[in-house]
Design a protein around this ligand. Structure first.
Ligand SMILES: Cc1cc2nc3c(=O)[nH]c(=O)nc-3n(C[C@H](O)[C@H](O)[C@H](O)COP(=O)(O)OP(=O)(O)OC[C@H]3O[C@@H](n4cnc5c(N)ncnc54)[C@H](O)[C@@H]3O)c2cc1C
Length: 210
C-alpha cells in the first residue's frame, strides 16, 4: 500500500498485490468527492506506476473499475428485511473503506449456523438481529468519520488524516478494518491533536456535524 503518490482527487493510494511470480494486481484508489471515473487516465496511471516500480507490464490481463459510496449517514438497518439482503446492497460493508469482505464473512457465518428447519424461529431472528445491531453500531462510528474526513478536510489535505491514522498501533488498525473497534480504539482514532489541514471554515460550513 503506497500513499506516497500524487494526491489527486482526494486521498489517493495504490495497492500492489502479487498474485503469482509473473502477475500483479495494481489498484489505484481515490477518496473522491465525485463519482466520476476517468477510465483512460486510471489505466495510464496504473501502467505508469507499475513501470516506475520495476514491474514492466507485458500485458493487461484483466481490469476492474468501480465507484463505491462511502456514506455519511446510515441507510435502513441491515438485517431487518425478508428475505435478508446480503452484500453491499444490503449495507454489509465498511462505510470508510468501502470493503465488504469482513462483513460478508460474518453474515455468512451467522446464516450457516441458523436452524434451517425453522427459518423464522426466535433463535434465528435473534442471531440475525444481534449481528445487525453490532454491525450498525460499528458502521455508525465510521459514517461519523466520513463526515469529518470529507466535511472538515479539503481533498488535498485528506491524506494527513490517514497519515495520522496509520501511525496508530497495528491492532487498532486491524480492528478498524475488521469493524470490531472497541470504545478505546474509537477514542484513539478521533481524540488528540487534530491532523494537519483541518479547515475551520470548511468544518463550520458543514455544521461541525458529527
Ligand atoms: C475495484 C474494487 C475493488 C474492491 N476491493 C475490495 C477489497 O479488496 N476488499 C473488500 O472487502 N472489498 C472490496 N471491494 C468492495 C466490495 O467488496 C466489492 O464491490 C464486492 O464485490 C461487493 O460484493 P457484493 O456481493 O455485495 O456485490 P457484487 O459483487 O456487485 O455482487 C452482486 C451480484 O448481484 C448481481 N445482481 C444484481 N442485481 C441482481 C438481480 N436483480 N438479480 C440477480 N442478480 C443480481 C450482480 O450482477 C452481481 O453479480 C472492491 C470494490 C471494487 C469496485
Amino acid at each position: 500500500m503506497d500513499a506516497d503518490v500524487p494526491q489527486l482527487d482526494g486521498y489517493r493510494f495504490v495497492y500492489v498485490l502479487p498474485l503469482s511470480p509473473s502477475r500483479v494486481l495494481v489498484e489505484d484508489t481515490y477518496f473522491s468527492d465525485s463519482s466520476k471515473l476517468d477510465g483512460e487516465a486510471l489505466r495510464r496511471r496504473g501502467l505508469a506506476y507499475a513501470a516506475a516500480h520495476g514491474l514492466h507490464p507485458a500485458r493487461v490481463i484483466r481490469e476492474e473499475r468501480g465507484v463505491l459510496p462511502l456514506p455519511s449517514r446510515l441507510a435502513a438497518a441491515p438485517g431487518d428485511e425478508r428475505p435478508i439482503v446480503a452484500g453491499y446492497q444490503g449495507g454489509w460493508f465498511h462505510p470508510t473503506t468501502g470493503y465488504s469482505l469482513p462483513a460478508a464473512v460474518r453474515l455468512a457465518e451467522v446464516i450457516a449456523r441458523l436452524d434451517v428447519a425453522q427459518p423464522e424461529s426466535d433463535a434465528n431472528r435473534a442471531a440475525l438481529r444481534a449481528l445487525a445491531r453490532a454491525h450498525r453500531a460499528q458502521a455508525r462510528f465510521f459514517t461519523r468519520l466520513n463526515r469529518m474526513l470529507f466535511g472538515w478536510f479539503a481533498p488535498d489535505d485528506r491524506w494527513q488524516v490517514l497519515a495520522r491514522f496509520y501511525a496508530l498501533p497495528d491492532d487498532v488498525i486491524g480492528r478498524f478494518y475488521a469493524m470490531t473497534t472497541t470504545r478505546a480504539d474509537r477514542a484513539r482514532i478521533v481524540c488528540g491533536r487534530p491532523p494537519r489541514g483541518l479547515s475551520l471554515r470548511r468544518a463550520m460550513a458543514h455544521g461541525w456535524s458529527t
